[in-house]
Design a protein around this ligand. Structure first.
Ligand code: FMN
Ligand code: SF4
Length: 484
């Protein structure tokens, strides 16, 4: 995990908790309309991948238990983890790329409805991503993966060498020589693992993305609707396909890259295809970045433009994250895959307790507020969802009252204590288990291990009824709340 230079340590600072009466009178615990439906409260759990599916991408008992536990805390909305829209193997990531996923997702929406006593709406985040290979062993890379070209022979000065001779030579080169002989892209493939980009238009399946993605997203959204989910969130954030189209780094020259109007074209076409399929009365919004937080990436100014376009197109909500990119991610170990939350932009997405003078809490407030002001000034009322280090009632309430956001979301605090919204609303804030922003959970996500919170393991471990991880070391579900 990337750490800021100053390395200042921060403790959680939730401020004052409300009495039951104060909570009842608050804006955070008041209803809000999202398109045709109403949330019971402006509390929101954004998407978090817990790696609890199987290689078949189905809703497992562990997936059901994970969302059931969040639903018991009765947030206004839970967004189901990033769920793959294609019917292709994606590791233990949830999928929605075929009708066979509908029964499992139906059971999931019924589970959340039951566990929250009907108080929580369930949206699902729809994701498309491109292929990433693990960082190769150098010998394997030179002997099998690298395509030998005249450029290599010229750089080595041996234009008559066979491919095998070039491969053998490269296997014994120093890093400096490799930097001279290989292209930038080949160096990256070697040191980080091969990663497809939306700009690889020489590959047919990448060139055709604008043709295939609208219907893939539309089909997936239709399945979500048929499964009884309350709405869909198009994943236009972080390191994945749609965010890469929005990115300033997108230089495609087919009308879907380059100038900002072209970069937003596919995200708008995807939305339109989804809207046409599910109809006006089904909530559809997106999550995108207030800032990519990388050199040469999209900035807040771009984000304001995108938000206006999305609001104008008729999205029902806009959820804002920041950072989380591949471009500045750390080098993975040999055999490991690059993870987009290990660099500075990853830190901006999920800031940890070791921080800089700005601190880890609320780094997305100012950009979100400025985006909301721009779209409101143009007459759009699209609800804006803010996330990032929020773990207290006082700040959440202030953000809504002062017009910086319409809904305040919390990922890791909700993981640390899934009951925290309920506790705060009942005047029991003192019972809340506060997230320490250790990012232990993020470390598990990075290794595609079942995500849990380290604070859970401190409670009631001897209880014979608790579900534990396969190595028997970790609680799989947050401890239940014993009302005091
Ligand atoms: C384990 C884990 C998995 C995550 N998975 C997703 C995801 O699937 N989609 C997404 O948009 N954000 C994902 N995030 C980011 C969160 O939704 C959120 O934006 C981020 O953690 C900052 O909010 P917080 O400070 O309240 O945790 C994930 C975060 C964590 C900790
Ligand atoms: S492991 Fe728990 S305490 Fe640490 S960041 Fe994640 S949710 Fe917070």
């Amino acid at each position: 995990m990337w750490k800021p230079k100053d390395k200042i340590k921060y403790d959680p600072n939730p401020g004052k908790w409300p009495s039951k009466e104060e909570a009842l009178a608050s804006r955070w615990f008041s209803p809000i309309k999202i398109g045709s439906i109403s949330l019971n409260a402006r509390t929101w759990i954004p998407a978090m991948v817990p790696w609890r599916s199987t290689d078949d991408g189905i809703v497992t008992d562990r997936v059901l238990a994970w969302y059931e536990r969040f639903a018991q805390g009765q947030p206004g909305c839970i967004v189901v983890e990033a769920t793959g829209i294609r019917d292709v193997p994606s590791g233990p990531l949830l999928r929605i790329g075929h009708d066979r996923y509908i029964p499992g997702l139906k059971e999931l929406s019924e589970t959340v409805n039951r566990a929250s006593s009907g108080k929580t709406k369930l949206f699902i985040q729809l994701i498309d991503f491109l292929s990433i290979r693990r960082r190769p062993d150098a010998n394997k890379f030179f002997s099998r993966f690298l395509t030998i070209t005249e450029n290599h022979r010229n750089a080595i000065g041996q234009i008559n060498w066979t491919d095998d001779q070039v491969r053998g030579f490269l296997s014994n080169c120093s890093d400096n020589d490799l930097d001279r002989i290989l292209s930038t892209r080949e160096i990256e493939d070697l040191r980080m693992g091969t990663r497809e980009r939306v700009t690889d238009t020489e590959l047919e399946h990448i060139r055709l993305l604008p043709e295939v993605l609208p219907s893939l997203f539309a089909d997936a959204a239709d399945r979500a609707k048929r499964a009884g989910l309350d709405g869909v969130e198009l994943h236009y954030a972080h390191a994945y396909t749609m965010a890469s189209f929005l990115s300033k780094k997108n230089t495609r020259d087919d009308g879907y890259g380059g100038k900002i109007e072209s970069r937003v074209k596919l995200p708008l076409e995807v939305f339109q295809a989804v809207r046409d399929r599910v109809g006006d009365d089904y909530p559809v919004g997106c999550r995108f970045l207030s800032d990519e937080c990388i050199d040469g990436g999209s900035t807040l100014e771009d984000a304001r433009f995108f938000a206006l376009e999305f609001a104008n197109a008729g999205m029902d909500f806009i959820s804002l994250s920041r950072g989380g990119k591949f471009e500045d991610a750390k080098q993975p170990p040999v055999g490991g895959a690059i993870y987009p939350y290990t660099g500075k932009s990853g830190y901006e997405c999920m800031p940890a307790y070791i921080s800089d003078a700005q601190g880890p809490f609320g780094r997305n407030i100012k950009p979100t507020s400025s985006i909301k002001k721009v779209i409101n000034a143009k007459g759009f009322k699209t609800p804006i969802i803010l996330a990032g280090g929020i773990h207290g009632f006082e700040i959440a309430e202030k953000l809504i009252q002062e017009g910086h956001a319409d809904i305040v979301a919390s990922a890791r605090q909700s993981l640390a204590d899934p009951d925290w919204f309920l506790k705060a609303s009942l005047g029991k804030g003192g019972d809340i288990r506060l997230c320490t922003y250790s990012n232990y959970c993020e470390g598990l996500d990075q290794k595609h291990k079942i995500v849990t919170c380290k604070l859970w393991d401190r409670e009631d471990l001897s209880d014979p009824n608790i579900q534990k991880s396969d190595d028997n070391k970790r609680r799989l579900i947050a401890p239940s709340w014993k009302i005091s």
